[in-house]
Ligand binder design. Structure first.
Ligand code: 13P
Ligand code: 13P
Ligand code: MG
Ligand code: MG
Length: 371
């Protein structure tokens, strides 16, 4: 049985005019590199290079499985080559997400974000890829909950006999690196008790319930790398990607997209330190500008056929998301008026890896004991 692995590996290797956007030239360098060193050398079958804001995204398909050294090295080398050009061009934050100088067998823990899944291709296999800028992995908690566990979002949970059994969620404690698996609908409330705490828990994977093998059960995978925790200091936000499968027993594509229709509040935005609405936009509008935001998400729809990617369809480039965007703009403006006050600015704990502790340190001697 030939299985297909979809790997989306991403890094911020430099932004044009600040943390705004990946210039076209940089994407072309990545495309050339993947063509020459990936396709020609038969390491990967297909690829699609795109960006969300200042994050460069390499979507690749192959039959080498997850965590494959050659695929990861291909991505790493692509980022290194892009970084060299970014440094020469003095792009802002050139090489921002590459935390080490050398590749050590796997890009995990080295800065780039990774979402990978290995699947048995179905008769028709729609694959949806979501990429964010100016936010963190747990930004996917609310939408993934709605998509896979909320019958008010996903009609299939009620009327599709292949979906009524529900789904299984892998939840990661992003600080302690502990994982728990909960199943819905049975453990719906316990699941919410965890994933509502977006500062600690992130949904890592979603599977169909039952005893299907993982290549048939896998429904979604999120990249949960915490850049600042890895680096021990603020180097930028994690800006996650997610891969979601739709149709035929999974939620329909429209049910998946419905999960993003609120424009919910997430952490990130300016200096990775502010809460704001996650605005679903077209690929063209993935340019966070006002206060380096508001946080953005784009959606790309593909059909996978024998390892080849057909597409993408720019999923949020549609008038049906105009109202969500309008709401996001109103909420953005309201949140901005709070300036440096919580809850617009994130809590002190979330600022642990930013430059705030240095400011507070300076003020320490000013505090005198109150009698
Ligand atoms: P499938 O169950 O074949 O995915 O069709 C459902 C659907 O697309 C309804 O919108
Ligand atoms: P990025 O994480 O997208 O690089 O943004 C960093 C930042 O500080 C934005 O204000
Ligand atoms: Mg950046
Ligand atoms: Mg970014």
């Amino acid at each position: 049985m030939v299985l297909t692995t979809i790997s989306c590996i991403k890094a911020d290797v430099g932004g044009l005019a600040g943390h705004i956007v990946v210039p076209e030239e940089l994407k072309n360098i990545a495309r050339k590199h993947l063509q020459k060193n990936g396709i020609k050398k038969k390491i990967i079958k297909d690829f699609y290079v795109f960006n969300c804001g200042d994050d460069l995204e390499l979507l690749m398909t192959h039959s080498r499985g997850k965590n494959d050294e050659k695929v990861h090295k291909l991505a790493w080398d692509t980022f290194v080559e892009c970084t060299a050009w970014a440094k020469k061009t003095k792009l802002y934050g050139a090489g921002q997400d590459l935390l080490s100088d050398a590749f050590s067998g796997n890009v995990k823990g080295q800065g780039p974000g990774i979402a990978e899944m290995t699947i048995k291709e179905r008769k028709s296999d729609p694959i949806l890829v979501f990429a964010c800028d100016k936010t963190e992995p747990s930004a996917f908690n609310l939408p993934l909950f709605k998509i896979f566990a909320d019958p008010f979002n996903t009609a299939g949970l009620v009327i599709d006999p292949h979906a009524t059994a529900g789904f299984k969620f892998e939840i990661l404690d992003v600080y302690k690196h502990l994982m728990a698996t909960l199943e819905t609908p049975d453990e719906l409330h316990e699941l919410l008790a965890l994933i509502g705490t977006t500062s600690t828990y992130a949904i890592k994977r979603v599977f169909k319930r039952g005893d299907l093998p993982p290549e048939e059960a896998i429904a979604a995978e999120v990249c949960t790398e915490k850049l600042n925790v890895l680096a021990g200091k603020y180097v930028g936000k994690d800006d996650p990607v997610a891969i979601v499968r739709s149709q035929s027993g999974f939620p329909a594509t429209g049910e998946v997209l419905e999960g993003f229709s609120l424009g919910h509040l997430v952490s990130g935005w300016m200096r990775g330190s502010h809460k704001g609405p996650l605005m679903p936009v077209s690929m063209e509008d993935a340019t966070p500008t006002r206060f380096d935001g508001p946080p953005r998400i784009i959606g790309l729809g593909f059909n996978l056929a024998n390892g080849k990617l057909f597409g993408p369809k720019d999923l949020f480039a549609d008038i049906s998301f105009d109202l969500t965007r309008q709401r996001c703009l109103t909420v953005m403006d309201y949140m901005r008026r709070h300036g440096p006050f919580e809850p617009h600015r994130v809590s002190e704990k979330e600022l642990e890896y930013t430059t705030l502790p240095r400011v507070l340190e300076k003020l320490k001697p000013r505090f005198k004991k109150v009698k």
